[in-house]
Design a protein around this ligand. Structure first.
Ligand code: NAD
Length: 509
């Protein structure tokens, strides 16, 4: 089924949704106030399915960033002194509000991000999960007492909040990727300045401000400055105030943000790009591997850091795998995410579309074959952003679609002869985020998983997995540090060694 009835559904007046602030979204959120745009430039929020402008938000200036960090700094200590159960209760209340506003959120995920109903459900569930785990951290300060080599001394390791946390996030799972830092940061007694992506300033930022405000978060603990990365990003990432700079986005920008943060002795936490391989060994169950391959490639139009970027398939299964995957791709209903039953929506913007299409074209020029897809549907009377689910065969690891993170609904399929070659191909990338291996023999799959240089690998599944209580992160150009549960606790707190010399100590002189 293909449905390009874009615009056939009324777009909600998104400034009038129940979740919206009283005067609409055109404001910064500073010190608990919705600060009107004034004479700042605006950022248009566009529905990628219809290309209609839905609303506008202010484009924050460097002075706004300075003000936000100053507010966050002055609010942090009081917040950290609140009892942990009070901090946890605010985050838990936000989790409940996410459920209460699920319909508004589904609308926003569709019209701001191009997310279909299924994606909205995933994102809502993940957001609630990370808030539940994050709230729990308030009670798990993790300090401890240790032995001392000095007679009569007691060693205590005391955990304290890091302080002010700067947060920069992308557009693909904006509410979740923002919440997985903001929720634990706030529960642990930090304050936050958040810069959402310019494509998704609502679900990536202002929505969260609205929810935390309703949940009773004290003024100044969360501040949101929507803005263009290339205008305020450098000022934000090299700001002297924050103790932690959390960045989720591309490796290119992440490297720059990390370097600038370190220049201020601010700890960077970087969750970056991926070039994830879905490895199908010779003894794999073909149907399971294809089901997993379709889900891992086409969910949310392939716009996840942990999507499948390359399918590596044993030569004995190759033709059958390509044919079955192409059949699955062709069946996927494409259209306006608000149409019932649609599974593939638009990609987020023109530059992403052009990048994906350009990589497909260059790969075909290099000798690959389009089995299905590769066309862009206009979606009505506008320049469309619907890239059809695409399967490419005859691909080699060095062709552009495989060598780069394409971030689109594209499945390049690459043949291999031996397990060793599969590992070599999988690892032939600067990234190391996620991956998957299919085999009837779990210990054989384990050997391959062990040899894959990634932060995460899933056996007899696909790479697109995230559980809020399990360590998430990559190696190499995919990032530094781990998110979720106790692993982000280390990032968002600092350990202080306090020793008590209980008996007089004998010094050498
Ligand atoms: P991007 O790096 O272009 O943008 C991400 C954020 O960085 C946005 O908020 C943007 O405004 C900001 N930014 C841009 N220039 C900046 C600068 N000079 N200084 C500071 N901030 C700046 O990434 P994108 O295209 O929005 O997102 C897609 C990328 O994110 C992909 O590479 C994807 O793999 C990655 N990603 C990683 C994870 C993960 O958990 N590892 C999750 C989602 C997305």
């Amino acid at each position: 089924m293909t449905s390009f009835e874009t615009g056939s559904l009324e777009e909600e007046a998104i400034d009038e949704l129940d979740i919206a602030p009283a005067d609409g979204w055109n404001a910064l959120y500073l010190d608990g106030e919705w600060v009107p745009a004034g004479d700042r430039d605006g950022i248009d929020v566009e529905n990628p399915a219809t290309r209609r402008t839905l609303t506008s938000v202010p484009s924050a200036t460097e002075a706004d960033v300075d003000e936000a960090f100053a507010i966050a700094k002055s609010a942090q200590e009081d917040w950290a002194e609140r009892p942990p159960q009070e901090r946890a209760a605010v985050v838990s209340r936000v989790r409940d509000l996410v459920g209460e506003y699920a319909d508004d959120l589904e609308t926003l995920f569709a019209v701001e991000c191009g997310g279909v109903e299924l994606k909205a459900a995933f994102e809502t569930e993940l957001t609630q999960g990370t808030m539940e785990v994050g709230a729990g951290l308030a009670m798990r300060d993790g300090g401890r007492r240790t032995e001392s080599v000095t007679p009569g001394k007691e060693n205590l390791l005391v955990r304290e909040p890091a302080g002010v946390v700067g947060v920069i996030t992308p557009w693909n799972f904006p509410l979740y990727l923002t919440s997985r830092v903001v929720a634990p940061a706030i529960a642990l007694g930090n304050s936050v300045v958040l810069k959402p992506d310019e494509n998704t300033p609502l679900t990536g930022g202002l929505v969260l401000a609205s929810l935390f405000e309703e949940a009773g978060l004290p003024d100044g603990v969360l501040n949101v400055v929507p803005g263009y990365g290339d205008e305020i990003g450098d000022h934000f990432s090299a700001h002297p105030t924050p103790s932690v700079m959390s960045f989720t986005g591309s490796s290119e920008v992440g490297r720059r943000v990390g370097q600038r943060a370190v220049g201020q002795f601010t700890e960077p936490a970087l969750e970056l790009g991926g070039n994830n391989a879905h490895v199908v060994l010779s003894d794999a169950d073909l149907e399971r591997a294809v089901d997993a391959g379709a889900f891992g490639s086409f969910t949310h139009q392939g716009q996840e850091c942990i999507s499948i970027n390359r399918h590596l398939v044993h030569e004995s299964l190759y033709d059958e795998y390509v044919a079955a995957l192409a059949e699955r791709a062709e069946e996927l209903p494409i259209g306006d995410p608000r149409e019932e039953g649609v599974l593939v929506g638009p990609v987020v913007n023109e530059s992403q579309r052009d990048k994906i299409v350009g990589l497909i074209e260059e790969t075909v020029e290099a000798g690959a074959t389009v089995e299905v897809g590769a066309t862009v549907e206009a979606g009505g009377d506008h320049d469309g952003l619907f890239v059809e689910p695409t399967v490419l065969s005859g691909v080699t690891n060095d062709m552009p679609i495989a060598a780069n993170e394409h971030f689109g609904p594209v499945a390049p399929v690459i043949p291999f002869e031996t397990d060793e070659e599969a590992v070599e191909l999988a690892n032939d990338t600067e990234y190391g985020l996620s991956g998957s291996v299919h085999s009837a023999d779990v210990s054989r799959a384990r050997d391959v998983a062990d040899a894959m240089e990634t932060g995460m690998v899933h056996i007899n599944d696909q790479p697109l997995n995230d559980e809020p209580h399990v360590a998430f992160g990559g190696v190499g150009a995919s990032g530094m540090g781990r998110y979720n549960d106790e692993w982000i606790l280390d990032t968002l707190t600092t350990l202080k060694w306090i020793s008590v010399q209980r008996e007089p100590r004998e010094y050498p002189y």
